[in-house]
Design a protein around this ligand. Sequence first.
Ligand SMILES: [Zn+2]
Length: 427
Amino acid sequence: MQNKPTVFTIILWVALAGLCVGIVLLAPGTVDAYNTLAREQKATPTPTALTASVLMVTVDPANTPTPTALILRIGVQGDEVTRLQQALKDLGYYTAEVDGQYGQGTALAVTLFQAQAGLTADGLAGSDTLAALYGGAAQTYIPTPTPSPTPSVLQKGAQGDSVKALQQRLKDLGYYQGSVDGDYGGGTEAAIRLFQQQNGLTVDGVSGTATMAAVYASDAPPVTITPTPDPAAMPMLVNRDNPVPDGYLPEDMVNLRNTLPASLVYVKGSEIQGVREAVDALAVMFAAAKSDGITGFQISAGYRSVAYQQELFNASVDKYLAEGRSRTSAISATRLTVADPGTSEHHIGLAFDLTVAGTTFKGTKQQIWLHQNCWDYGFIVRYQEGKEKLTGFVAEAWHIRYVGVQHATAMRDQDLCLEEYIQLLTP
Ligand SMILES: [Zn+2]
């Protein structure tokens, strides 16, 4: 029983000691706050009272300072600063920690708020600023766009970090397969073309303002055509500028009449040949057409040798000459529908002409079905309306070309002729 008062006494002494230490620790802060306030009073010749932020400090009952408006500024600490920071943070001007310390970050946030609110942007939170901030009509922060450090136009030949950044971005989106080396070469240009094509921009391979904005947009879509890094995997391009090599003969050709069931399609010539893979695809396609109720297709052309193309070409020229045209005119007219020997797609055994007996192919239900569905079986409608300048041919509704399902569906989805497609995907 005698120990109890002793223990109580010790606790009391410890508590008293703690209180004294607390008073000693608090004292410097109190002095600092007073000094800060004193400085601000001197800096404010004509103080305007603002009820919300008036800090009344009674230092000496005999010398009571007049109430003064507090100007919050760098160096000030306390609850008013906390309130200020929180308000600025809520509106988006301030992003750092709400710590009650008016530092450079708080001053910057105040400056941004003042500028947007039409106040003097001095970073000092005085009565006007605080009234505007707490008045209920304060606007949220609208960032001013910062100028891009990258040049507005990048194109082939450009080098440097901005090209690197562009390459990396294109790579992240799947448009670019090459190395991120800071050199705007053919591969980067092809990637930009692909991006432009897929995003409805002018396709020129130049990264101008519109292209840059689209590439760096947060919602920039990833690639939908998958570029192949292997040029050999691209469809072979044959046109006036790209003739087949001399003596070119396709491998693995089969006779169509012997290969395709007569129940699916009528092959008009007993000697018509084609590359096996393409002919197999024809069989699958015609079977699908039949299941859709579309029959009556004829195949009137497949593989042609260069010598045979020469015969066709000469025959057409002769026909126009017989009509009284000049030789130049006859050749020009022929070239609209008959390829120069060596430049016909029929030389590679992957192109076929489809017809319907007794009528023009265009407008038949067979033609309509073909143009809607051939892509899914690896065929493209090679010469289409609107692409004449690119293909060099007037539209041919009957001529299809086998390129494989992946390429065919990509060309359909992007509305690309073979020339466009190859240019887009080949560095
Ligand atoms: Zn043809």
